[in-house]
Structure formats: structure tokens, C-alpha cells
Ligand binder design. Structure first.
Ligand SMILES: Nc1nc2c(ncn2[C@@H]2O[C@H](COP(=O)(O)OP(=O)(O)O)[C@@H](O)[C@H]2O)c(=O)[nH]1
Ligand SMILES: [Mg+2]
Length: 402
């Protein structure tokens, strides 16, 4: 399926036609005038859906260091290593866009954008940014640790403070004593093929984890039992990032919860919403920024404004790059170059003067070709406005963490 508008357009057209058909048949029974009015209202509602396609949800991977966030994403990216060495620690937020393959007609999401987040104790600012940006999160917990580890607890607090829903990936199930792995199997299928000893061990550990969550005020349940659309119960999905067990369940849970409970917030708008995720030196190109483009469009040549440690940065976009499909934005791979790009996506922006850009701040586009913008006065304004205070707070937090 194509991204954004195209996917929702075809669904929208279909539902529009069927709605009108339905209304037409009613008209024979209940009087033409009333039914026509109803058909008009329904068609109008459907046309709103056509005009406002659903954007891809942003999903943050959170949890303690070593719980398996990066390995889970690697598996989804198709990077399968049979006996992986301990992976390098993730030290910055990184983004990967997955286009959705519509394996069922009920799927309306054009894709999913994942943000991998570092789990090190000192990197709370990165976790806070990732939590602020996401629509939904996956909290990765190592089943063999029995208690919730400090950065898992911190992530829960961050998610609660921002009222973000999350799904728990109860990872490392392949390491349960006696567990036999069934690569890529949904959890239920794998569980039923285990020995009774492995099943018992899994069940008792699972109960302990549920009790652990309860201690932090969280009602959690096996995803197969959770239909709490008020989102007061958190789904737990047992997974293995090595064998791929449970990963199809994670994907279905993401689709289920975002489509069932978040469609309003996932309606695409043209108003630009774009946040700096990271600032990176790009060999041969100077400093670039990685951004998460949530809504709106960026074009090469756009004049942009963003926050820098020395004040506001005003510059023009020289290039817009995205990763190859299903690759992390900084995977040292080749990039796809764009003249313009629409949200949602993870985008690398090349421009002059980005050295001091600050991750976590928003980027604005100053109207293209609008010569009337007085750059000097914009710089002066930024000294007084509240952005400066936010900037100070971020800088102080960063200093405290270093
Ligand atoms: N056996 C097993 N090892 C895993 C699993 N998930 C991650 N690992 C390993 O645990 C280590 C830490 O994983 P990583 O993805 O870097 O953790 P992160 O810090 O949460 O990103 C790596 O050596 C992984 O290969 C899993 O489900 N099963
Ligand atoms: Mg990692």
C-alpha cells in the first residue's frame, strides 16, 4: 500500500459508495427526502475521512538497557543474527519508518514510525523526548529479571505523566528453561507446543510480572484477554527478539490499539509538526539534523527556523533524505533524496549552520519565497519569547546529565 493519502483515499471511496448505497436503499422504505438528507450527512462525514487521511502512528521503544529494544527493531528490519554478540548500546534516539503491508482490509494505517531509545541511566532527556513524540510506546521488559528495572520504572513514569498508552513486550522468552523456539510463531501457537514444565515456568514468571506492574499501579493482562478500550489495562505480549516469537502479535496489538482508540489524534493535518530528534555530523556534508516529521510538508529550499544553543537558527533546506525502506535513518546506508516530503517520516535535513541545533525542539518553516520576513527582528524576538526559557531548561537538564 502507498503511504498516507493514497491508502486512505481508496478506503474512503469505497466506504463513501457503500454508505450512499445503504442510504439509497433506506430511501425506498423511509421516505426519499429524509434518507437523502441522511445520505448527504454520511457522504459528508466520509468525505472528511477522504480529505484527512490517517497518518502513521509514532511508536517509541522504551525500557531498561539490555531488555532488547534494538534487537526487536532489528528483527522487524529483517536483520536476523542467529547468535548475536552483545550489541552496541544505543546512545541516541533513532527512527525507522515501516510502510504497512495491508494484510487485512481493516488496516487503515499507512505505516509505523519507530523510535529506538537509549536505556542508559544518564539519558533521561532522550527518553523524555521519545515519550513526548510518541502516540504509543512498546515497553520492553526482560522476563528473566523478575522485577521491573530502574529505567523501566522511569519510562512508566514518563509515559504516565504524558498520558501515553503502552504495550509491554515481555522479551527473552526463548531463555526460559526448557523453552523450545518456533521462529516467527505467534505466542499462542508457540506456547501450546511447549512442554508442561516450560509452560508452568512461563506462567509462574508471568504472574510475578503482573504482580510487579500492580505494585506500580498498573493493571496488566495477557494481550489475548485484553479488550479494555478505555485503555486502563495494559497488554503484555511475550516475545523473543532472537526467534521472532510474538512479533506478529506486537504488530497486531499496535494496529488494534492505535486504530481502536487513537484515530482522532492520527488524522493527518497540513499544519507543520516537526521535531528535531538528533544532531549529527555527516562526513563530507557538515552537520545535519534528524527530524521526525509528524504533520505537514517540507521542501528543499524552504527557509526554516529552529532553536540553537546560541539563539535562533535561520537557514534554508539544502537536501531532504530518508532511509531506504525499513532501514534506520543512520544505518550508514544509502539515502533516498526528496524534493519534498510529507509526514509521517524520519528525515535527515542538510542545511548550513545546524551545528548548534538542539534535539527536542520544534522546527518551523518560514513561508517559501516570502522576502518580507525580517531575519534580524526574528532573531531579536526570540531573545524575549518563551522559547528562550524552554531552551534554558533543556540546556540545564542536558548539563545535569552530562
Ligand atoms: N536470547 C535472547 N537475547 C536477546 C533478546 N533480546 C535481546 N537479546 C540480547 O540482549 C542483548 C541486549 O539487547 P539490545 O537489543 O541491545 O537491548 P537494548 O539495550 O534494550 O536495546 C543483546 O546481546 C541481544 O542479542 C531475546 O529475546 N532473547
Ligand atoms: Mg538499544
Amino acid at each position: 500500500m502507498g503511504k498516507g493519502a493514497s491508502s486512505s483515499y481508496s478506503g474512503g471511496d469505497y466506504s463513501l459508495l457503500s454508505l450512499i448505497d445503504e442510504m439509497n436503499s433506506k430511501s425506498a422504505r423511509a421516505g426519499r427526502a429524509a434518507a437523502e438528507a441522511e445520505a448527504f450527512a454520511a457522504a459528508k462525514a466520509a468525505s472528511i475521512i477522504i480529505e484527512n487521511p490517517i497518518r502513521a502512528p509514532i511508536c517509541s521503544m522504551l525500557g531498561h538497557m539490555g531488555s532488547g529494544k534494538t534487537t526487536l527493531l532489528d528483527y522487524m528490519r529483517g536483520k536476523v543474527v542467529p547468535n548475536p554478540p552483545p550489541s552496541n548500546s544505543t546512545i541516541t534516539n533513532s527512527a525507522t519508518y515501516f510502510e504497512m503491508i495491508p494484510y487485512h482490509q481493516s488496516i487503515r494505517l499507512p505505516g509505523l514510525l519507530f523510535i529506538d531509545t537509549p536505556g542508559q541511566p544518564l539519558l533521561t532527556v532522550s527518553r523524555s523526548l521519545s515519550t513526548a513524540l510518541c502516540d504509543i510506546a512498546i515497553l520492553v521488559v526482560d522476563i528473566n529479571k523478575y522485577t521491573l528495572q530502574p529505567q523501566t520504572v522511569e519510562s512508566i513514569d514518563l509515559l504516565h505523566s504524558r498520558n501515553k498508552y503502552f504495550i509491554v513486550a515481555l522479551n527473552h522468552i526463548d531463555q526460559i528453561s526448557g523453552w523450545k523456539s518456533f521462529p516467527n510463531a505467534p505466542f499462542r501457537k508457540s506456547y501450546h507446543q511447549q512442554s508442561s514444565d516450560a509452560q508452568k515456568l512461563f506462567s509462574s514468571t508471568f504472574r510475578k510480572i503482573i504482580a510487579e506492574f500492580k505494585q506500580y499501579g498498573i493493571k496488566a493482562d495477557m494481550f489475548l484477554n485484553n479488550n479494555d478500550i478505555l485503555r486502563q489495562t495494559v497488554s503484555i505480549v511475550p516475545t523473543s527478539a532472537i526467534s521472532g516469537e510474538g512479533l506478529s502479535d506486537i504488530k497486531s496489538e499496535l494496529i488494534k490499539w492505535t486504530q481502536k482508540t487513537m484515530l482522532n489524534q492520527l488524522t493527518y493535518t497540513d499544519q507543520l509538526q516537526c521535531t528535531v530528534l538528533d544532531v549529527k555530523l555527516l562526513q563530507g556534508h557538515g552537520t545535519a539534523i534528524n527530524v521526525v516529521l509528524v504533520n505537514g510538508v517540507l521542501h528543499v529550499g524552504d527557509q526554516i527556523a529552529l532553536c540553537g544553543t546560541q539563539g535562533q537558527i535561520l537557514t534554508s533546506i539544502l537536501a531532504l533524505w530518508t532511509a531506504l525502506p525499513h532501514k534506520e535513518l543512520d544505518a550508514k546506508a544509502h539515502y533516498i533524496r526528496h524534493k519534498e516530503i510529507k509526514g509521517v517520516n524520519a528525515v535527515k535535513i542538510l542545511a548550513k549552520g545546524l551545528e548548534d541545533a538542539i534535539a527536542g525542539t520544534d522546527l518551523q518553516v518560514l513561508k517559501r519565497g516570502d522576502d518580507s520576513i525580517d531575519i534580524i527582528s526574528l532573531e531579536q524576538e526570540s531573545k524575549d519569547d518563551s522559547e528562550d526559557n524552554i531552551l534554558k531548561e533543556i540546556l540545564e537538564a542536558m548539563k545535569a546529565e552530562l
